[in-house]
Ligand binder design. Sequence first.
Ligand code: MLC
Ligand code: AMP
Length: 495
Amino acid sequence: MIALLGRAASFNDRTALISQGDGYTYRRLLKTSKNVAANLLDGAADLGEARIPFLIPPSFGYAAVQWGIWAAGGIAVPLCVLHPLPSIQYVLEDTQADRVIVHSDYIDFLMPLEQEMGITITSLESVLDENTHALPDIAPERRAMILYTSGTTNKPKGVVSTHANIEAQITTLVKAWEWGPKDHILNILPLHHVHGIINVMGCALWSGACCEFLPKFDAGAVWKTIESGRLTLFMAVPTIYFKLVSFWENLSQNEQKSLSGAASKLRLMVSGSAALPVTVLEKWRDISGQTLLERYGMTEIGMGLSNPYWGERRPGHVGFPLPGVEMRLVNGENDPVGENETGEIQVKGPSVFKEYWQMETATQKAFTKDGWFITGDIAVLNKGYYKILGRDSVDIIKSGGYKISALEIEDILRRHEVVEDCAVVGLPDEEWGEVVSACIVSEKEGIDTARVSNWLREQLPAYKIPRNYIVRRSLPRNVLGKVTKNELKKMFSEP
Ligand code: MLC
Ligand code: AMP
């Protein structure tokens, strides 16, 4: 049996999840996931790694479907509830799925695809129905999940993790951050990325702890939950801490005191997915008395580096390798560099993903000949603590903790009638980390960029929409004709 599900049997009547105010025990989660598995199998012995995409908001139903797919031998492909239809269609096509499990709120939205693609839309309710079926034995090496991540190509890549990878990604954090059955965490992150899936929900369910869902991030609602005193843990991206600080700053002194007192009682608060500005770390420490534990990770590896649970959490640094993670910094020749020398992070270990879905060349290119995964992140080891300095590609933007490919946005933007050419960059921003910004090349005067944004919104989720535009007659290029994006970034502040 899959380790997560096997462990759940021993947690019985403990509360596994709180979803829309209702509590669900481990017993119920396990039983419901077996219903899902039985309904999906429908007489077959094993789903044989069929890709099963599902469009379900963070909830009990999401967890039961994820586990049900695993128990039946399928590959779970969580879809993003914020994505417009073309982004979802891309994932459905890329995974060659023949059915998709959909929450009732999204059935009408997805219906056009049933005809266009011939995919079967299965309602969440129908897979939760009472059912029993013999379940297959699943070897840990089998594929378990595909998460889509933006990269240096114009289309997102499917990162395939096995059951063993997921187990390694979870257990290293459980050990390092001392998760236990008494823990209670609030999940406010989207459940199509590792931060929410592994670090929050996965670790909680592995540990017999409770994971409470808020359907969507809302600063007031998060503070209210912190104030309730039931949380022991909280994990978020830096933008969320920035928003929680702003919310707190606008309260009366009495309210501030009450929230600060409650926040100080959590045993651990973690930040990751993007660089945590030292200013935000300091403000949060002033407000809550908590020194945020910053860690570093990636869809392909789970978490790699973490400041210590016990010991100094150094601002602006991401600590050291987690248990079981092998890490090195290398120069352009792939030779390891010494302390205080800048290098690219490479990672090995059981948490590292198996492959990019049906992209053999991209998978090969992502690893060195001797099996190190090439992250593309640049770092330095400074007095025993790693510090992330940036990425080797200007085409990757991190905004609100989401990884965004400039090339993907450019590719779509170029299809707009007023756009002759374009280039997209991320401009630094304290709240969002970086803000997506576009330079449109056009001979036309008075381009209505708000209309361009509205048009883009039909094809891309809100976090990928440029927030700043400039219109120019040409793009800055080097002698080889390549757009010089660092030059371009400066042009946004020119009058
Ligand atoms: C949204 N808005 C943005 C934006 N995203 N503006 C600028 N830049 C962005 N990136 C705008 C919206 O368009 C809207 O404006 C307004 O902000 C509110 O939108 P929203 O969708 O309600 O935003 P909000 O819920 O506040 O979103 C903020 C957030 C979200 C931080 C909660 O971005 C989020 O969930 N981020 C987490 C992503 C994540 O999990 N990453 C982990 C990847 S895994 P308007 O004008 O339209 O009304 C990984 C590995 C690892 O990285 O190490 O963990
Ligand atoms: P994703 O592909 O969405 O999983 O994003 C992974 C990327 O997020 C990494 O390759 C890093 O560039 C970035 N990242 C994650 N954590 C941190 C951090 N603590 N500091 C800086 N960058 C980070």
